[in-house]
Design a protein around this ligand. Sequence first.
Ligand SMILES: NC(=O)c1ccc[n+]([C@@H]2O[C@H](COP(=O)([O-])OP(=O)(O)OC[C@H]3O[C@@H](n4cnc5c(N)ncnc54)[C@H](O)[C@@H]3O)[C@@H](O)[C@H]2O)c1
Ligand SMILES: O[C@H]1[C@H](O)[C@@H](O)[C@H](O)[C@@H](O)[C@H]1O
Length: 335
Amino acid sequence: MTVHIGVIGTGMIGQDHIRRLTDVVTGAEVVAVTDVDGARAAEVASGIGARALPTGQDVIADPLVDAVVVTSWGPTHAEFVLAAIAAGKYVFCEKPLATTAEDCLRIIEAEQSVGRRLVQVGFMRRYDAGYRAMKEVLDSRDLGHPLMMHCAHRNPTVPEAYHSAMAVQDTAVHEIDTIRWLLDEEIVSAQVIRPRRTANRFEHLVDPQFMLFETASGVRVDLEVFVNCQFGYDIQCETVCETGTVRLPDPADVIVKTAAVQRTGVLQDWKDRFGAAFDREFVEWIASIDDGRLAGPSAWDGYAAAVTTDAGTEALETGRVVSVRLKDRPDLYGS
Ligand SMILES: NC(=O)c1ccc[n+]([C@@H]2O[C@H](COP(=O)([O-])OP(=O)(O)OC[C@H]3O[C@@H](n4cnc5c(N)ncnc54)[C@H](O)[C@@H]3O)[C@@H](O)[C@H]2O)c1
Ligand SMILES: O[C@H]1[C@H](O)[C@@H](O)[C@H](O)[C@@H](O)[C@H]1O
């Protein structure tokens, strides 16, 4: 069976996902696209023999569209996800699911009233081979219970429009999801410490930031977010358990030894670091639509991330430890 896809937002990641749905994933075909920049949508559509439609609502209503991919700007996500649920269509939404926890709750309520999962959120790290191997070790409890986790999320640079709260909302949001997923429990508090600022940043930006999270069972997580580290895109994660540790591998690369120096490359871009994870994310999404059972990150995961990033943003502003308070998890999203 071929799943016919409509894509809302043909910007950077929208185009990348269209390419993978066209060239990498079997059983999927992008049949309609839209963008507020109509010329961009038309150009993307013509490259793949799809139709460019005027609005996102037209894409969702299109009878030829079985499932929707939302890759427009964050503040537009909730409207499109809610409309897709109302139309009874599967919807893959890039992070964030919505920019407020209230909108995430509206999405959860809408999905519950349909009685089955239609929404998947684009937390692609859950599809990364290294993170998956780490989760297998943690789930086996071979090393006992996790106690602490040390993480780093480093970008070489960010554009001037990137502001301090984005370190939580746009960047740390990936760790917030992976912490919950790897440890299989919720985060209960967040704190943000401001180290000495790097000189290599725009004046308005607090960078780096040092974040501390605590989970329901008392696991403590530290996360360095450093978005102007200069040297590359570098993602680190080590979980310390009762009888051992498990650490994310660096991406494979050759080691060159010459002239008394040993060197290996550092990736520069999240697209390269997580390219294979994005591919697997879409392969598995299409397979789960075929099965009629979504298994990837849910609207609940999008909601939990939104509440935690709100707490992190408040923690950055106030310097305080801020509690993360979630509603009870509905049965639709497991226990
Ligand atoms: N998973 C990840 O690691 C990851 C990486 C990058 C971006 N993202 C997310 O993907 C989304 C898009 O990011 P991007 O970098 O591609 O941005 P972008 O600005 O390159 O593209 C967004 C596109 O959406 C279009 N758009 C905005 N509002 C629209 C609307 N109402 N209807 C139709 N089109 C609309 C814009 O014109 C633009 O072309 C963001 O939510 C971002 O957080 C996720
Ligand atoms: O939107 C991007 C993207 O989500 C990357 O994965 C992350 O490393 C960046 O910090 C963020 O700005």
